[in-house]
Design a protein around this ligand. Structure first.
Ligand SMILES: *Cc1c(COP(=O)(O)O)cnc(C)c1O
Length: 451
């Protein structure tokens, strides 16, 4: 019996799966921030290349992966699928636990799966530079690598507090030739507006998005690139689930439950959507669980409505579960899960009951992460550890029920740049934050009025 289920390079998928072809209800369309009417391609053209705008809205089931993108994917793809035999033993569960491991990418996470095609389609459109934001630095480092592969420039607006507290990812971006700025900066109007009110602003992802979008919109040779949330990002990530499906087949198993962590909602849809296709077709009855931090409980406690993607209100209004764009999540260690909204495609599937959502506090998440590391030898990213916690709970429930449940989760990245968080956990210094209902209501009361 195999522990590591591998595909050859020849078995790398050659098309991404577009769930818009099969899902029963599409989300309501994005709205223009000023007119509140559905955005058209011409609204997005100043910051995105036409090919990615097309991928946002296409209903074609399969979108071919260009050969130039496949050539770079082959540096680490197909990624391995593991059977977590040692974890199963520790848990004494009859469940069979599988995980797809995206930490083998040179950026250490799934984010390179979309960074590469985004850089490629921009390069094809004659764009010379990409501007983006990054929180803890995972997305910024992935895009820096991708731009470097295609000989493009990259400007990364990095949330100021992370810029100073987490130097290693900044250095990684600089190794790949990116310009990394501590946001808020004085380069953009959005940044200057924040600095004039609060010169010591620690920054936030929402502010950094405003700066990167403004940079792209005001420079003809520059586009904007987003690492999650948008339809084309989720599309690119389906390479994860397509491989996982082929690997599960090789293992002679099919998942009863498919689990992943959600920040903006890209790695989890990447794994889940190809399996959801079987569910829509009536070929399988798998359950789907999206896991988020209880400190930033977008899917479990947010509202399903229109909201901006950024703080300044420059982005289109997206129909999604949101905590309100001004929501300031506490500084939990899973920096990649602190976004106020989630991908509209994922949100629609949650609203329609295909995907359930669960939230966990960070202490129980780190406990699961350490248990996993000691059993399987991989130190997971704190984000990914949310999925691990849920997988362990499912395995324990299977033990209670005496059921040979098949569990599949996405291990979206490794935690080698997050060891300070493990240090805090081991020293007993990690805190759980319960989000008070009043605070949530205050934030939701400021949602933009659409109707
Ligand atoms: C960014 C990140 C996430 C969260 O982003 P999604 O878009 O929800 O996938 C999860 N895991 C890792 C390792 C990340 O870097």
């Amino acid at each position: 019996m195999e522990t590591k289920i591998l595909l050859t390079e020849k078995e790398l998928p050659t098309a991404w799966y577009n769930i818009q072809a099969d899902m029963p209800n599409l989300p309501k369309p994005p709205l223009h921030p000023a007119t509140k009417r559905p955005v058209g391609p011409e609204d997005l053209a100043p910051i995105f290349p036409l090919e990615l705008i097309k991928q946002e809205v296409t209903r074609e089931r399969w979108v071919p992966i260009p050969e130039e993108v496949l050539a770079i994917y082959r540096l680490w793809r197909p990624s391995p699928l593991f059977r977590a035999r040692r974890l199963e033993q520790v848990l004494q569960t009859p469940a069979r636990i599988y995980y797809k491991y995206e930490g083998v990418s040179p950026a250490g996470s799934h984010k390179l799966n979309t960074a590469v095609p985004q850089a490629y389609f921009n390069k094809q459109a004659g764009i010379k530079r990409l501007a983006t934001e990054t929180g803890a630095g995972q997305w910024g480092s992935a895009l820096s690598m991708a731009c470097n592969f295609f000989g493009m420039e990259c400007t990364v607006y990095m949330v100021k507090v992370s810029y100073h507290q987490k130097p290693y990812r900044r250095i990684l971006m600089q190794v790949f030739g990116a310009e990394v700025l501590a946001s808020p900066t004085d380069r953009t109007q959005s940044g200057r507006a924040i600095l004039s009110q609060d010169p010591d602003s620690p920054g936030s992802l929402g502010i950094a998005i405003s700066e990167a979008v403004e940079d792209a919109a005001t420079h003809g040779d520059t586009n904007y690139s987003l690492g999650s949330v948008l339809n084309h990002v989720l599309l690119h990530q389906t390479v994860i689930g397509l491989e996982a499906k082929a690997q599960m087949e090789k293992a002679g198993d099919y998942p009863d439950v498919v689990i992943g962590c959600v920040g903006g909602g890209s790695n989890y849809p990447g794994l889940a959507f190809p399996f959801l296709q079987d569910r829509f077709a009536g070929k399988a009855q798998s359950r789907f669980i999206a896991v988020e931090p209880s400190a930033c409980p977008t899917l479990t406690r947010g509202l399903h409505t229109y909201d901006f993607g950024d703080v300044a209100g420059l982005t289109p209004l997206l129909y999604m579960y949101t905590l309100g764009k001004d929501f300031m999540p506490p500084a939990i260690h899973a920096g990649g899960l602190r976004y106020h909204g989630d991908a509209p495609l994922l949100c629609q599937l949650v609203a329609d009951g295909f995907i359930e959502a669960r939230a966990y506090g960070q202490r129980q998440v780190f406990e699961a992460a350490v248990q996993f590391a000691q059993a399987e030898g991989i130190v997971p990213a704190p984000e990914s550890a949310h999925a691990i916690k849920c997988a362990i709970d499912e395995a324990l429930a299977a033990r209670e029920a005496g059921e040979a449940r098949v569990i599949l989760f996405n291990l979206s990245g490794h935690g080698h740049f997050d060891l300070a968080a493990y240090d805090a956990y081991l020293a007993g210094e990690l805190q759980d934050y319960a989000l008070p209902e009043e605070e949530l209501q205050r934030s939701l009361a400021r949602l933009p009025k659409v109707e």
